[in-house]
Design a protein around this ligand. Structure first.
Ligand SMILES: *[C@@H]1O[C@H](CO)[C@@H](O)[C@H](O)[C@H]1NC(C)=O
Ligand SMILES: *[C@@H]1O[C@H](CO)[C@@H](O)[C@H](O)[C@H]1NC(C)=O
Ligand SMILES: *[C@@H]1O[C@H](CO)[C@@H](O)[C@H](O)[C@H]1NC(C)=O
Ligand SMILES: *[C@@H]1O[C@H](CO)[C@@H](O)[C@H](O)[C@H]1NC(C)=O
Ligand SMILES: *[C@@H]1O[C@H](CO)[C@@H](O)[C@H](O)[C@H]1NC(C)=O
Ligand SMILES: *[C@@H]1O[C@H](CO)[C@@H](O)[C@H](O)[C@H]1NC(C)=O
Length: 442
């Protein structure tokens, strides 16, 4: 009590200045204890970054911005939902009579998807609402890039055709254009069903016939989940938690956060379990859609090549909405994750590749072309943090000179050929150039 009182007085008396009780620069590092860093499918979290400020480097002016964004936070898919409901039923089973320990919250637990229609869709409530996330980013773009928006022409917003992606694009457009939404921007839906769009796509993995996503066949973490299950069964007897349940609980935590903004499930699991859950996801993403799969850079190269073309044009803004795995192949094409392999035996704590750093819900890559008085340069912003390209940071503010960027973005392999596209499907990505300003999909 006395301590608390002293602390309050100290806070009010000295908060404006540095003191022994409030150092001007924090001496604690807590970022990696944020549970959002350990979730696959959980809410957006910024990239850790390198401390570089978002302000354009001194003497530089933004001339063009490209956005590639995953849809915002969403409800689970139907199949994940089925697993969550099964776990929920199991936890709520009457055989448990006294609720104690980490799972005591189960007594009052209610399943977080109350309408099956919501499965697969953006979340609309809570602090981590997916639509709010997209709207907020739209507002951020209005603040940051207003000078690039020309009110006399219609801005296209490209979106892969799945409902949640389109809804995200619309919410972004509303945050950006407010009451001018229906006259200032045009939602352009790029079909992602049936692979017939070939190379003219925002879903390059799906359309690539030679991209075998089932090559990945590792398992990870069994002994860690076993130990976690034993811990929970000892502290909260009666639930008969299995190692598989631990995996489901981790995912439950992420999706309940997306939907409700909070989740007791997140508190029940230990950091050991989260480390294993994170690494299991990282391994899978790495070998299925990241640097560990030889078709990843081919897939992402399709979009990187389009970016390179766009950087050489005068247009000011380019907005594209898509899915996590396709965005990850773009990151791979850029060479941002620098690991070449990951151990499937033990957690590689020293890796650069983490799913939550690159593709949380609402993940985004922003590419800015900068005019810096005597040179043009390009800056990459990954999940709101400036992210210099490995091997190219000689420009002002560690940007990459435009010519070098274009070289780096130009892929080694032709997508249509490497993906084995038949003649009846488009072999070129053209939608950025041949769209029509209609408002029917807004
Ligand atoms: C509930 O517990 C009983 C007895 O242990 C078991 O037979 C039954 O399968 C459980 N139900 C669920 C939904 O887990
Ligand atoms: C924009 O137009 C669509 C279709 O014409 C309409 O359904 C929607 O309500 C309009 N939205 C806004 C924000 O004006
Ligand atoms: C993809 O890889 C798996 C695992 O190696 C293999 O069983 C399957 O036949 C492959 N599919 C195709 C279409 O090549
Ligand atoms: C990827 O690997 C497969 C076999 O594992 C090979 O057939 C294919 O040519 C490779 N693709 C590229 C682009 O290296
Ligand atoms: C950069 O900006 C300056 C000043 O506005 C302008 O004169 C110059 O043409 C621009 N450079 C390029 C390459 O666009
Ligand atoms: C990059 O795009 C251009 C223009 O669409 C195209 O001509 C070229 O073949 C593409 N390069 C690769 C490697 O796909």
């Amino acid at each position: 009590m006395i301590f608390k009182f002293f602390f309050l007085v100290a806070y009010f008396a000295f908060s404006a200045e540095a003191s022994i009780l409030s150092p001007p620069y924090p001496q604690t590092s807590t970022d990696q204890s944020n549970v959002l860093r350990y979730l696959n499918g959980g809410p957006f979290v910024e990239n850790t970054g390198f401390g570089l400020p978002l302000d354009p480097p001194y003497g530089c002016k933004i001339e063009q911005v490209q956005l590639f964004m995953r849809h915002g936070e969403r409800y689970p898919t139907k199949s994940a939902g089925k697993t969550f409901e099964t776990l929920y039923q199991k936890l709520k089973n009457d055989t448990v009579t006294s609720y104690s320990g980490p799972l005591a919250f189960v007594k009052d637990l209610e399943y977080f998807v109350n309408d099956p229609e919501n499965y697969e869709m953006e979340s609309t409530k809570g602090v981590y609402s997916g639509l709010l996330e997209a709207y907020r980013l739209g507002a951020f773009f209005r603040e940051r890039y207003e000078s690039l928006l020309d009110s006399s022409s219609v801005v296209p917003i490209f979106a892969a055709s799945q409902q949640r992606v389109v809804d995200t694009a619309r919410s972004f457009g509303k945050g950006l254009f407010l009451d001018q939404y229906n006259s200032s921007c045009s939602i352009q839906i790029i079909n992602e069903v049936g692979k017939m769009n070939g190379a003219n796509t925002l879903t390059p993995i799906t359309n690539c016939l030679s991209y075998n996503t089932s090559l990945y066949q590792h398992t990870f973490g069994e002994n860690i989940y076993q130990a976690e299950a034993e811990r929970l069964n000892a502290l909260s007897p009666g639930f008969n938690i299995t190692p598989d349940d631990i995996f489901t609980m981790g995912a439950y935590c992420g999706y309940e956060l997306n939907v409700k903004g909070k989740s007791d499930m997140c508190q029940a699991l230990s950091m050991d379990a989260f480390q294993a859950l994170q690494y299991q996801d990282d391994l899978q993403k790495f070998y299925q859609f990241g640097p560990g799969h030889n078709m990843s850079a081919v897939s992402g190269g399709l979009l990187a090549n389009a970016s390179a073309q766009l950087l050489q044009e005068d247009r000011k803004v380019v907005f594209s909405f898509m899915h996590d795995n396709d965005l990850l192949t773009y990151f791979t094409a850029l060479g941002l994750p620098t690991d070449t392999e990951l151990s499937t035996e033990e957690i590689e704590f020293h890796r650069s590749f983490k799913t939550s750093e690159f593709i949380p819900q609402g993940a985004r890559l922003i590419i800015e072309k900068l005019n810096c008085s005597d040179s043009e340069n390009v800056r990459f912003i990954v999940n709101d943090k400036v992210y210099p390209l490995p091997g190219c940071s000689s420009g002002p503010g560690f940007t990459c000179p435009l010519e070098e960027t274009i070289e780096l973005l130009t892929p080694e392999h032709e997508y249509a050929e490497a993906c084995g596209l038949p003649d009846d499907r488009p072999h070129e990505l053209t939608f950025y150039w041949d769209w029509e300003p209609t408002f029917t999909d807004n």
